[in-house]
Write a protein that binds this ligand. Structure first.
Ligand code: ADP
Ligand code: MG
Length: 277
């Protein structure tokens, strides 16, 4: 479990990126932070692995303040996936995936063996292992980014708009893949996006943010859709936008999201999954 307690971040230039933010991120589930550009999402994420230090307040992992932890070791114990993949261009795929293992001192061959296994986990063919990132499609690069984040088997996975730079079809594939992975791995995932549909598809818990990381609403997708807390939330989730108006529908296989035309927009995770709480 990750807990933010009254966390504030003011950057040296005076920008109030995060103002008195509190949140509990339950273990083994996916929490999605969703908000417009500049609402403070990346700042929140980077405070979890101490790439950014809070101005005030505390962040705890399993009840222990991360301020007491060694920042480098903390960072290596948490998987982090970036929008552009963040891959090292002059390293082959296998070595990109093995990066954290090598930093931790895992012998080269053992690290590579593990990297190959993780390629299987994220659905990448092992034949891609010897390529350089520039020889992969955008979607493949993102999978390598996810593989790298998972290689050291962290309990926590941070994902910052990981599918923002790929086309809609690949994006949908990667979203489905993320759902599948999470059903297998049950990581504590904090996923950042500005796309509310992606948030509802992937989140067990969705946190809608306004400027300064002000929490507009926290809830499961169905709670938010069925009962938006404010005009801001209603307009953000598009319930006022006619054709896109989303509602939930029960099916034999769990809850799905449908739009006003009855077209399925996504599946709500968590409902049929005894591993989450
Ligand atoms: P988001 O990820 O939601 O787009 P960010 O956390 O990146 O939001 O940014 C929140 C606010 O903090 C924005 O106003 C942004 O311009 C500002 N900000 C982000 N990083 C820095 C920085 N290193 N120095 C100064 N201001 C920053
Ligand atoms: Mg951001």
């Amino acid at each position: 479990m990750i807990e933010f307690r009254s966390v504030t971040k003011t950057y040296p230039d005076g920008t109030h990126a995060v103002d008195d933010f509190s949140l509990v991120v339950p273990a083994h589930t996916t929490t999605v932070l969703v908000g417009s550009s500049g609402s403070g999402k990346t700042t929140l994420l980077r405070m979890i692995n101490r790439m950014v230090e809070p101005t005030s307040g505390t962040i705890e992992i399993d009840g222990e303040s991360i301020a007491e932890r060694d920042p480098v070791r903390l960072r290596r114990s948490i998987g982090y996936v970036l929008q552009n993949g963040g891959l090292l261009p002059h390293h082959r795929v296998v070595d990109n995936v093995a990066t954290v293992l090598r930093l931790e001192g895992t012998p080269k061959q053992q690290a590579r063996d593990r990297a190959m296994e993780v390629l299987d986990v994220v659905g990448l063919d092992r034949s891609l292992a010897t390529r350089y990132p520039s020889q992969l499609s955008g979607g493949q690069q993102q999978r390598v980014g996810v593989a790298r984040a998972l290689a050291a088997d962290p309990n926590i996975l941070l994902m910052d708009e990981p599918f923002g730079a790929v086309d809609p079809i690949v994006r949908a594939e990667l979203q489905t893949e993320t759902l599948r992975l999470q059903q297998e791995l049950h990581k504590t995932v904090v996923f950042v996006t500005h796309d509310i549909d992606e948030a509802f598809l992937l989140g067990d818990q969705v946190v809608i943010l306004e400027t300064g990381a002000q929490v507009a609403q926290i809830g499961s997708p169905s709670e938010i859709i069925e009962n938006p807390a404010s005009e801001f939330v209603a307009s953000f989730i598009g319930t006022e936008r006619g054709a896109r108006a989303l509602r939930t529908k029960e099916t034999g296989h769990g809850t799905v999201l449908v739009d006003a035309t009855g077209r399925t927009q996504g599946r709500l995770v968590g409902d049929d999954d005894e591993g989450t709480a």
